[in-house]
Ligand binder design. Structure first.
Ligand SMILES: CC(C)(COP(=O)(O)OP(=O)(O)OC[C@H]1O[C@@H](n2cnc3c(N)ncnc32)[C@H](O)[C@@H]1OP(=O)(O)O)[C@@H](O)C(=O)NCCC(=O)NCCS
Length: 216
C-alpha cells in the first residue's frame, strides 16, 4: 500500500510524497505497469535491488502525480502514462511533456518529488538518521551556525544536496565544495557554480522525515 501526501512550501513549487513499506513488494510489478510507460518499465526491470526498485518506482509515482497536479492547476488533465520521467547522464531527472523542472529524492519509507517552472531541488532523509559521520563534512562556520540556531548537521547536508540537485550537479562527490549559511529561517547555499547568487533552501518536517527544498 502507498500513502499520498503533499507539502506546501511555496506557490511556485508543487511537492508530492509517497509513503510506502515492504508490504508493497508483492504488488510492485503491477504498480509499475499501472504507472510507468514502456520505456520506464524497461528501466525499472533493470534495477537489481528490491529496495532500489521500491524507492525508484515510488519516486516516479510522486513525480508524475506532482506534474499532474501542476498541469491540473493550469487547466490541463493528463494521465500518468502520458508523463515520462527519464534521466540525463548526470543522473538528473527530466520530465516530458517539456516545460517543467523536476527533482526526486527517496529514502526508506518515503519518496518525494518537486516540480516547478524553474530549477528545483529536493532531498529527504529520516529525521533520526545518525549524524556523527556527517559532522566531519561541516566547516567550522557551518557547525557554529548549527549550534547558534539549534539546527542539525543533517539539515546542512540536505540543504547542500537539494541545492546541488537544483544546479543539476548533485553533491559532485564533495559536500565541502558547497558552503551553507543559516539566516534564522532558511539555509543559503553557495558553490563555484553559483558564486554570485546563493541558493535558498527551506527545511520542513514531514512526519518522521525531513524534506529540503531549493528553489532557484
Ligand atoms: C544526486 C545525489 C546528491 C543523490 O543523493 P542520494 O542521497 O544518493 O539520493 P536521493 O534520494 O537524495 O536522490 C536521488 C535522486 O537524485 C536525482 N539526481 C541524481 N543525480 C542528479 C543530478 N546530477 N542533478 C539533479 N538530480 C540528480 C535522481 O533523480 C535520483 O533518483 P533516481 O536515481 O531514482 O532517479 C548524489 O548521488 C550525487 O551527488 N551525485 C552526483 C555524482 C557524485 O558526486 N557521485 C559521487 C557520490 S558522493
Amino acid at each position: 500500500m502507498i500513502t499520498r501526501s503533499t507539502l506546501n512550501v511555496a506557490p511556485e513549487v508543487w511537492i508530492s510524497a509517497i509513503g510506502f513499506d515492504e508490504s508493497l513488494d508483492s504488488g510492485l510489478d503491477e504498480l509499475a505497469v499501472e504507472f510507468l510507460t514502456d520505456t520506464e518499465q524497461a528501466s525499472f526491470r533493470d534495477l537489481r535491488h528490491l529496495h532500489r526498485r521500491r524507492e525508484w518506482l515510488c519516486a516516479r509515482i510522486a513525480g508524475k502525480e506532482a506534474a499532474q497536479e501542476w498541469w491540473a492547476r493550469e487547466g490541463t488533465r493528463i494521465s500518468a502514462s502520458e508523463v515520462t520521467i527519464s534521466s540525463l547522464e548526470s543522473g538528473a531527472p527530466v520530465i516530458t511533456p517539456a516545460g517543467l523542472s523536476i527533482s526526486l529524492a527517496h529514502t526508506s519509507g518515503l519518496a518525494v518529488a518537486a516540480v516547478a517552472a524553474g530549477p528545483v531541488g529536493i532531498d529527504v532523509e529520516r529525521a533520526d538518521r545518525a549524524m556523527h559521520a556527517l559532522q566531519r563534512s561541516l566547516s567550522s562556520a557551518e557547525q557554529g551556525d548549527c549550534e547558534r540556531h539549534g539546527r542539525s548537521t543533517l539539515e546542512v547536508l540536505m540543504a547542500k544536496e537539494s541545492a546541488g540537485k537544483a544546479l543539476g550537479i548533485g553533491l559532485a562527490g564533495n559536500p565541502r565544495r558547497f558552503s551553507a549559511e543559516f539566516d534564522g529561517s532558511d539555509w543559503w547555499i553557495q558553490t563555484e557554480h553559483n558564486a554570485a547568487r546563493p541558493l535558498r533552501v527551506r527545511i520542513r518536517n514531514h512526519g518522521m522525515h525531513l524534506i529540503a527544498i531549493c528553489l532557484q
